[in-house]
Structures are given as C-alpha cells and as structure tokens.
Design a protein around this ligand. Sequence first.
Ligand code: MRU
Length: 369
Amino acid sequence: MRVDGAWRRAIELGADGRSVVVLDQTRLPYEAAWLALADHGAVVRAIRDMQVRGAPLIGAAAACGVALAVAADPGDAALARACGELVAARPTAVNLAWAVAAVRAAVASLPPDERAARAWAAARAICDDDVERNRALGGHGLAILRALAARLGAGGAGRPLRVLTHCNAGWLATVDWGTALAPIYLAHEAGLAVHVWVDETRPRNQGLLTAWELAQHGVPHAVIADNAGGHLLQAGQVDVCLVGTDRTTRGGDVANKIGTYLKALAARDAGVPFYVAAPSPSIDWAAAGPADIPIEERDGDEVRWVRGRDEGGRPARVEVVAATSAVANPAFDVTPRRLVTGLVTERGVAAASPEGLAAIFPEHARPAP
Ligand code: MRU
C-alpha cells in the first residue's frame, strides 16, 4: 500500500535470502521509519515491543524469524529454541503459532544444509499468501458494504456509508491490504463513498495507525475517543461495524483488541450489523470457546504513559496516571459469537457458529460430540 506515495508492504524480504525490513510501528504515525531485522532475536523483540503488530503481520514476521534462525544455525536444537522464543513473544494472536509451525514443518524432514533455502521460501510464501487472502476477503467484505449501501441509499457523495472500526486491522496489521480495512479500500477504489469512524483504541492508540493509513489513501475518516462509539451507534451515525480478530474459536467467538466487546454490545443494542474480518490463519480450530483463548496482559506503563508529539513537533512521552495509582492492562477481550453478525473470510462470509465455519472450512469440521 502507499507510504508517502510509494507502493510498499508492511514487511519486505530481501532477494539475498537473509534480510527482512519492517515499518517500525512504534514510530508511527509521526514518522515512517524502516527497521532491518537481522536475526530471530530481533524479530522476537520487534513482536514483543510491537514494532510489528497485528495478528497476520506478527505471523509473517515470525515466519521470517524462523527462516533467519535456520540461516544462522540449521540444527534441530537451535530450530526448536528459536520457534519456542518466537511463539512466546505474544500469546493471543494465533497466527504467530500457526506461521512458526508452518515454516518448521517445511524444513523438519530436510537435512540441515537444505533447510535455509526452504525456510526462506516458506516464509516468503506465507507473506505472499497473506496478501492474496486479504484481497479475497476484501472482495467478500465489499459485497456486504455494497448491499448495505443499496439498502440504506448510501454510498454516494451526499451520504457515505459510515463504518466504525476498532484498533488497526489495516495493511499495517498485515503484509498488505489489511483485513477489516481491505473492503474499505476496495470500496473507496470502486467509487463507493465511505466514511470511517476510527476508534482511538487506548492504551496504545492503534486507531492512530488506522487514521494514518486511511489518510495515505485519501479515505475520509474521523478519529473518535473510544467512549464515543456507543453514542454514535445510538444516534444512528454508524451503518456497520467492521473489526479484525486475533483469534477466533471454531465456534465463532472473537478475541480482538480490548474494547471490541463493548462496541459489539452497543451495536447489538442499536441494531447495527457487527462484522469481523477473519482470515483463516486467525481461526483456532482447537479452541472451542472463549475460555480457550489466552488474554495477553501487557505492561502497565502502556496505560500510565501516552506517546505523541510536543508543541514543537518533537516525539514525546507523558505520564497521565499518577504513580500513586495501580494500573491494569488486559490487551484483548472476547466478543461472544451471539454478537457477531458474520465472519468475513477469504472463502466468503460465515455465520459465527460451529456450523457456519464448518460449512466453508469443511476440512476442519468436527463430528458433533
Ligand atoms: O495488539 P495489536 O495491535 O497487535 O492488536 C491488533 C488487533 O487487535 C487487530 O485488530 C487484530 O490483530 C486484527 S489485525 C488484522
């Protein structure tokens, strides 16, 4: 997607077979700085510190991390150690474990001297597949937006279709296109007028990343405080909610950035459809329900301190919670399947239920107990 007019991906693999470059998301939206990841330790740190973030991008970066580890030491012990460190970097997004397992499986049966090239090819394929998957998902989401616009008489210049999103499920959270934002980019390109309400998404303010990438593409949007969504939904100013997911159970429950659940509750009360963009690698077929999803608890300093720019335009960090108060920082919540209108996948839109998901992913269907 576009970064200052140039077409880039959020993660780029070098032709040399051992270099990886990412857009450092801790410096956005104030500065677009590219960061080279030289070894798997750098990938672990980048994931843990959220220089790369968003479930699909974490998976892609971790795949590259395995390839970098194999290039440094193709032995079984080093491979197992690196995979363990990568998977432990962040617990909630299931794409991470999925991508690490995929690259590991691709090399496991090979002699050590053949592993590096194969691992690199597997990591590259995971990145390329992510782009195609998101594009396909975007097409199915676009069909939803078109149908809604037709029903509401929206989508023209006078009355854009108004979409509310939470966190960043755009191209910055993936290799390209995004998940929840892919239908929005396609709609914008197709001339369907959209306006995006962008939840700020405290504590880390991923909404500012969403606003940055929408601005790069000229998509009309407004950033709102997290607490404004309920009011806008109630006031009839939102036509549809569209969010991403970090882990979806096989029953259709959705773990996503903290605050998603509250929007789903408000959307239900307001009678507004609530869709989740759920590419298949973010579906955890081993998870039956919310209790099977580990919720990441992050450093309280993310609540205590806020990053931004000072009046002189310099990057700054200010303390907003007094040191005399304790803080808590659960990073994700689970929206139960009953609040989800549909799961938009690369194969089409599924009902948020075991049967709905099994119908479009029959290879994962389980016999009823
Ligand atoms: O903690 P983050 O920023 O990695 O969380 C990201 C989200 O919750 C996104 O909404 C989710 O990963 C979907 S991204 C396509």
